[in-house]
Write a protein that binds this ligand. Structure first.
Ligand code: B12
Ligand code: SF4
Ligand code: SF4
Length: 330
């Protein structure tokens, strides 16, 4: 089985930043408040400010990668060093606006909820760019912003917790009290001071999953027993990894494991009491027979506006063939 290097590959030699930090704003806390107001106005269900230069849980991230849990997601090891400091994404980062977008309601299905509508990466990115443009009007000249949604070398769940959006459940998800975990995350990094962080969180070493109490529904409900412990996921066993991130052909047992799953998995969230009772809507199903026979052009025409593009035509067709084979066995 594939394992990661013992230490992260070094970063390419750092060039000096092309621009200096902006002057201090006269009212940082006022700017932070404005950022939160704008986040609400742009439809985010939760938002918070984190004023810190670096993450706290990089070691946890690296231990996870080094244990091999990331499987073929080599990019996580490749840009691991960049995750040690926000300045690798935006020089002189002072503050981060963290936001969460609630996904449209939906019942179970063979495609994960986040991939059923328009690609959230685009929706969240656009909204954050608009917020940056509006916020910039009140910031000192020379303020810079950088939008991140899933693809930047940033520990997004940590940022969300430290910005006060919620807590990490035993399923590893960021859970927002009163909202749940069916939300995706985005961040706006800036070199201007947005005032104090919205929350003070306990040191990550103290993570006790106290909000979960004695519940273990997600750990028990995972169809592939992918959790090695509370909050510790072996991605190689996770249906989300197998159907989205894994690029190579399925190895023995993997095709069987995906069962009816075409893209992603929401089971460890659907069973979570923080998400309330599951919706009794008809299951959202794509027809695997149809998916397996799509040409690349047909795939693009139908799905290029969705997050299904992450698996791509090849990946989704591979999954569909496995689902059809599984049906043949039952
Ligand atoms: C790689 C990845 C995956 C991998 C590995 C998942 C994993 N659990 O690590 C795979 C492909 C399996 C995957 C699956 C899914 N993913 Co994903 N994934 C990522 C990605 C790109 C990196 C995650 C990572 O670094 N993993 C390594 C582990 C060690 O880190 P971690 O799980 O984030 O844990 C950190 C925190 O929990 C923190 N922490 C733990 N306790 C505490 C306590 C305190 C006090 C603090 C401060 C921090 C802290 O420590 C860890 C290290 O930083 C992020 C985007 C990003 N850049 O962060 C999206 C992301 C985590 N994924 C997301 C989603 C939606 C999913 C799926 C639900 C998709 C689906 N429906 O199929 C599933 C859920 C599976 C699950 N239960 O985790 C969302 C999560 C939103 C949320 N509400 O939490 C993210 C944030 C993308 C986004 N921008 O919205 N994903
Ligand atoms: S997403 Fe599905 S396969 Fe992955 S850990 Fe959660 S329940 Fe298990
Ligand atoms: S299902 Fe239970 S243990 Fe898992 S995250 Fe939700 S409350 Fe926590």
């Amino acid at each position: 089985m594939k394992t990661a290097p013992a230490s992260p590959p070094p970063l390419p030699r750092k060039r000096p930043p092309r621009f200096p930090p902006p002057p201090e704003p006269s009212d940082p806390a006022g700017l932070g408040k404005l950022a939160l107001t704008l986040a609400g106005r742009h439809g985010f269900c939760a938002a918070g400010v984190l004023s810190a230069p670096k993450p706290l849980t990089w070691d946890r991230f690296w231990n996870w990668v080094a244990a091999g849990y990331a499987g073929e997601m080599d990019w996580l090891a490749r840009d691991a060093a960049a995750r040690q400091d926000f300045s690798h994404i935006l020089p002189f980062t002072r503050s981060v606006l963290a936001v969460a977008l609630l996904l449209p309601p939906g019942g179970p299905g063979n495609v994960a909820r986040y991939a059923r509508g328009d690609d959230y990466h685009v929706t969240v990115r656009r909204a954050l760019h608009r917020i940056a443009a509006e916020l910039a009007k009140s910031c000192p000249e020379g303020t810079h912003f950088r939008v991140c949604v899933d693809t930047a070398p940033l520990l997004e769940r940590e940022v969300a917790v430290r910005a006060g959006l919620g807590f990490i459940g035993k399923n590893g998800m960021l859970i927002i009290p009163g909202v749940g975990s069916h939300a995706v995350l985005g961040e706006l990094l800036t070199d201007v001071d947005l005032g104090p962080s919205s929350a003070t969180v306990p040191e990550p070493a103290e993570t006790s999953f106290s909000e979960c109490g004695s519940c273990t529904a997600c750990l028990d409900g995972c169809p592939t027993s992918a959790f090695k412990g509370p909050g510790l996921l072996d991605a190689r066993l996770c249906l989300s990894y197998l159907t989205i991130e894994k690029r190579s052909d399925f190895e023995a047992g993997e095709a069987d494991a995906i069962g009816e799953t075409l893209f992603g998995c929401d089971i460890c969230q659907d069973v979570c009491p923080w998400n309330g009772p599951p919706l009794k809507t008809a299951a959202a199903q794509l027809d695997p027979g149809e998916i397996a026979s799509l040409t690349e052009e047909e795939f693009d025409a139908r799905f290029s506006h969705t997050a299904l593009t992450r698996a791509g035509w090849r990946g989704l067709a591979r999954n569909a063939r496995a689902v059809l084979a599984n049906r043949g066995k039952s």
